[in-house]
Design a protein around this ligand. Sequence first.
Ligand SMILES: *Cc1c(COP(=O)(O)O)cnc(C)c1O
Length: 239
Amino acid sequence: MTDRRTELAVNLARVEERITAACAAAGRAREDVTLVVVTKTYPAEDVRILHGLGVRHVAENRDQDAAPKAAACADLDLTWHFVGQLQTNKVRSVAGYAQVVQSIDRLRLVSALSSAAERAGRELDCLIQVALDAESGERGERGGVAPGGVEELAAAVDAAPGLRLGGLMTVAPLAGPFAGRQRAAFDRLVELSAGLRATRPAATMVSAGMSADLEDAVAAGATHVRIGTAVLGVRPRLG
Ligand SMILES: *Cc1c(COP(=O)(O)O)cnc(C)c1O
């Protein structure tokens, strides 16, 4: 094994242990939680190594980095998730490689992504990103729609050709009533998810939890955790 492969294998095993322990503590089955490794700022070679170590879900937050990386790994059976704030002029590119877009936060994005998915002949899974630090009608500091805007977006995704409503996503807020209260934030997301599933039983995905707070997310009921630093190391630059 190369040094990098060894490093990633060790880190991945640690994260795997954390998820397994969190599932056991919550009385949940390990297979109910999907590990999505956030590979932003790291090269395609790392993605390839991770695939060799069994990773099948990867995530990126900037199209200009993600598009060439996904192209370099096109021979691998990977599911690419897009988790960053998404500009409408990037949707055509993103629809070419991403299977899941986790950061739906405005109507304009739904219509643009729908056209792009149709043009690409693909069906994309969409998660609505909820900003738990935003007042109703506002968008969050780190993207996302306030809880009061979820229903309108869900209805738009339901009606959009080429898009399938997968569920909800959040990033633990740095400000507002949930700042520093990850568990409470994730509980709130799960509550919103239950509301959504009352009329849309297929929208089961709950994406929450990063390297620092995956245990809180699993305890709250997350189905997807998005882990970067704990697998790949501290990022060389902001991303
Ligand atoms: C970078 C990022 C992550 C991963 O964060 P880590 O703290 O490195 O695990 C998760 N979700 C989103 C939306 C991100 O941008």
